[in-house]
Design a protein around this ligand. Structure first.
Ligand SMILES: *Cc1c(COP(=O)(O)O)cnc(C)c1O
Length: 421
């Protein structure tokens, strides 16, 4: 459930008409709902009730400072995958002991920043990285808490670009090598092993791959404990999917996910961490856009809108589906017709949907992409010198611009001219 609903035919974000936001800040625009963000975080938090746990929001899904502050105020931890995200989490007031650092390519500089600023744990993805963390920690005279991310070789049954738990993926160390790697970790003075980490992919719509992976983690926990390691924390990653197509898909609910975790891992007495991103932010955001032209093609009608692939790349990159709805609802029984919905960028990949059935719309009308809160604004670019579009956060009947649209001058003036020109 989200908080983007029609009232008397007009799409609202909580208690604010979407058309009012567009009138104030222009289009296209990302609009987030505070109530939806909070609701989704609480669903995960409650799903793990009864277990010692921390929900670490995977902030790569949507990392605006206002979104981070909203979640941090509820007690959320953060999962970061770069020095920039670490700095963002700190800037939003998240204490270091609630920040976990994931990612396959942590540099010395990033490791140093996290060790200096405070870190809950590093999720180590390789032996060379483990040695780097040990070296940097010893140089600073501190001990770095770590888990090792294991690759359980489980098929997440999701889009190939967001599957991360098969042996051919670059993530983690093969689970069969885990004992060896933990033995090396235990010998390093700059490291303290505290647990195990796993993350098998994103947009999973079935619990079974999670269950298979977590079973392997449970087994490994027992093995490593028998080897003398203290395994007190299990980081189970993120990845629970969301229903991008209303009425057509029903991924498992956080409460079902939580029950499965208790079933598979509850007996181990470990502190549980999860790292959901998409399920917290995805349906908490929409992208509102205006129709520029309706153009007759051969046997098709193009709806050319003012949002493009640079603003929301998921359809071009993952062939992802987004429900696209009119901001002013059609009369019941209104005539429908197929549209090819495209942006103005000079690439055929700039296509959001083909033959999408929608009520007949007019130039100047507004449409909204649902489920655009995660991997939307964060993946946008200024391709075609299209300014990064503004982000707006709604709370009840208030809204605020949380990232303004830059002017052309601001974009152009970021470039610098060498002296010979
Ligand atoms: C991307 C990622 C997540 C979040 O995945 P979602 O599908 O957005 O829940 C969590 N952990 C790690 C390590 C990731 O790379």
């Amino acid at each position: 459930m989200d908080h983007f609903l029609y009232r008397d035919g007009a799409l609202f974000a909580e208690d604010v008409p979407v058309s009012e936001i567009v009138a104030a800040v222009g289009s296209p625009v990302y609009i987030y709902s505070t109530a939806t963000l909070e609701r989704h975080f609480k669903l995960f938090d409650e799903a793990l009730a009864g277990m010692d746990h921390l929900v670490c929001y995977a902030m790569k899904a949507a990392s605006n400072q206002a979104i981070l502050k909203t979640l941090a105020a509820l007690g959320a931890g953060m999962d970061v995958v770069s020095g920039g995200e670490y700095a963002r989490a700190k800037a939003a007031g998240v204490p270091g002991d609630r920040i976990v650092f994931s990612g396959v390519g942590k540099t010395d500089e990033e490791i140093r920043a996290a060790l200096t600023g405070g870190i809950r744990q590093f999720n180590v993805e390789s032996e060379p990285e483990m040695r780097a963390i040990d070296r940097v920690a010893q140089t600073l005279g501190v001990v770095a808490p770590i888990t090792v991310r294991v690759n359980p070789d489980v098929d997440a049954k999701t889009h190939e670009k967001i599957a991360t738990g098969k042996s051919e993926n670059k993530f983690g160390i093969p689970i069969a090598k885990a004992r060896e790697v933990y033995a090396e970790a235990a010998s390093m003075k700059g490291l303290k092993v505290i647990g195990i980490d796993v993350h098998i992919g994103s947009q999973l719509t079935d619990l079974e791959p999670f269950r298979l992976a977590y079973r392997k983690v449970a087994e490994l926990t027992e093995t490593l404990r028998a080897d003398g390691h203290e395994i007190s924390r299990l980081d189970l990653g993120g990845g629970l999917g969301i229903p991008y197509e209303r009425g057509n898909s029903a991924p498992p609910l956080p409460v079902e996910y939580g029950s499965m975790i208790k079933e598979e891992l509850g007996h181990l007495g470990c502190e549980i961490e999860i790292e959901p991103g998409r399920l917290i932010a995805g349906n908490a955001g929409i992208l509102a856009s205006r129709i520029i032209y309706l153009k007759e093609g051969e046997g098709r009608e193009f709806m050319i809108i003012d949002a493009a692939m640079n603003d929301l790349i998921r359809p071009a990159m993952y062939s992802a589906h987004h429900d696209i709805v009119p901001v002013q609802e059609a009369e019941p029984g209104a005539e429908q017709q197929p549209y090819d919905i495209v942006g103005p960028v000079c690439e055929s990949g700039d296509t959001f949907a083909k033959g999408r059935m929608m009520p007949k719309l007019s130039e100047g009308d507004l449409v909204a992409f649902r489920s655009a809160g995660a991997y939307g604004a964060v993946m946008s670019s200024e391709y075609n010198t299209r300014p990064l579009i503004p982000e707006v956060l709604v709370k009840d009947d208030q809204f605020a611009v949380i990232r303004p649209r830059p002017s052309f001058d601001e974009i152009i003036n970021r470039d610098t001219i060498p002296e010979w020109l």
